[in-house]
Ligand binder design. Structure first.
Ligand code: DLL
Length: 432
């Protein structure tokens, strides 16, 4: 189902008109109300009147995560505090988090973004959506909750964790939609299998995001849970989940371009890149008033696709997020994204998608160790057989990534499972 056909299927010409009108208004709003934007635009010699259409977006300054930290907590808000109805904050690993403030209109738009994703993945008011993203400062829980409510579905707000209770309620209330991180979905699937409940649950669709995941993981989750698994994308700075999501064609994430204008730039030069070329994703919020963001550099790496989708939506799509520029490991001079390891693991039938990478530097040489798990039926104490499987994985990693890791096959179930965003890497070089 298309939640808002008027917007999701509008002609590209009408869309550009709407984007232009909205950009003009939001730039003026940001310039008039956020001192940082006034200073930045003045420094570039750009006045709000210079922004006449969406093509003028390249004249605007970029915004970075550092800006959100420097102007903590609310100096990028563009409305009086009395207009703010909600705060969220991202979980920065160090120092202060970044805070986002929303007006009532912003919360409505955000809920619509999520409702569009849920509808695109087959949900309607007949469905029960279990929200197993964490509730709280993280946008996942409340974002998915408001979106499902907007759609008219029944919400089961389990939040993350307490896995056996989640499964019990999933069975007893016949949940049909599941919203959580792909890593938690994998853990839930393992537990469902262990409890022998696969036939008792009635899930149809899963909406997985908040961290990179791969096509291999999609297949795994679809098979284990008997569902269709959809990608949902978003970030706190731009609103939360539901900046975009996949449709039934599962061929890229539609971005709600009427609300968030996407660009792909070369992260080194800041220049815009054409369709199909991987680069850094940048968003300008076109209809967000509490904390408007002009050309926000997400650090997420992907590409855009403007080719029409068979689902009938005209809004563009993006490819899977490979990772963030700051999640990229450089090991012995080679760029490595953890999601590449996931994808290779899941191409080999004996392995499952759980892994943990440890990088270190010993005698000035980078070490690259990966803990992996085999599927239960392949795990044994036959050391020669285990070594053969480890060698097979090493061979694949060398041919795809170009460097040789040391593989440690660990007992199934021993890698720590995650309830939210999974941590896949320890880089000890940082501490040296
Ligand atoms: O993770 C919002 C969200 C919640 C999205 C639930 C989807 C579902 P943050 O905590 O601010 O917000 O983290 C945002 O997570 O810049 C990406 O690096 C990553 N991310 C989010 N969705 C995806 C996805 C939420 N579908 C950061 N695929 C983003 C890959 C994703 N990475």
């Amino acid at each position: 189902m298309i939640f808002n056909p008027e917007k999701e299927c509008m002609s590209r010409e009408d869309l550009r008109k709407l984007q232009s009108e909205r950009l003009v208004k939001i730039v003026k709003h940001a310039y008039d109300n956020v001192p940082m934007y006034k200073e930045r635009m003045d420094a570039l010699g750009v006045k709000p009147e210079d922004i006449k259409s969406i093509d003028d977006i390249v004249k605007l300054p970029f915004t970075t995560k550092k800006d959100l930290r420097d102007y903590y907590p609310d100096k990028l808000f563009a409305v009086p505090r009395s207009e703010i109805v909600r705060f969220h904050a991202s979980s920065g690993t160090t120092g202060k988090p970044i805070v986002a403030g929303y007006t009532a209109h912003d919360v409505e738009n955000w809920a619509e973004g999520v409702a569009r994703v849920l509808a695109a993945g087959g949900m309607s008011k007949e469905d029960t959506v279990q929200v197993s993203y964490g509730y709280g400062l993280f946008t996942g829980g409340l974002g998915a909750h408001d979106g499902a409510t907007k759609l008219g579905a029944a919400v089961l707000p389990t939040s993350a964790g307490n896995t056996s209770k989640q499964i019990m309620l999933m069975e007893d209330l016949q949940t049909t939609g599941l919203c959580c991180t792909p890593s938690y979905a994998l853990f839930l699937a393992e537990e469902i299998e262990k409890e022998g409940k696969k036939d008792a649950i009635k899930l149809k669709s899963g909406f997985f995001g908040a961290e990179p995941w791969t096509e291999g993981m999609r297949k795994e989750l679809e098979a284990k849970l008997g569902i269709k698994a959809y990608d949902i994308y978003g970030l706190t700075e731009i609103s939360g989940p539901g900046v975009g999501g996949e449709c039934e064609c599962q061929n890229g994430t539609h971005l709600w371009e009427d609300m968030f204008y996407p660009e792909i730039i070369n992260p080194e030069t800041g220049e815009q890149l054409p369709d199909g070329v991987e680069g850094e994703l940048v968003f300008t919020t076109l209809d967000k008033w509490g904390m408007p963001m002009l050309r926000y550099r997400t650090r997420d790496l992907t590409h855009l696709i403007h080719e029409k989708c068979e689902c009938g939506r005209t809004l563009c799509r993006m490819g899977r997020i490979l990772g963030r520029t700051d999640d990229m490991l450089i090991i012995r001079g080679v760029n490595v994204f953890p999601s590449q390891v996931e994808s290779i693991l899941l191409e080999i039938p004996e392995f499952q998608g759980q892994y943990y990478i440890t990088v270190d530097r010993v005698n000035n040489v980078d070490t690259f160790d990966i803990d992996v798990e085999l599927r239960e039926e392949y795990y044994s104490d036959d050391i020669a057989a285990m070594n053969r499987l480890a060698d097979k994985l090493v061979g694949r990693i060398v041919s795809v990534i170009g460097i040789k890791p040391k593989i440690h096959i660990v007992e199934p179930g021993s890698i720590t499972r995650s309830m939210g965003k999974a941590k896949h890497v320890t880089d000890n070089r940082k501490f040296k």
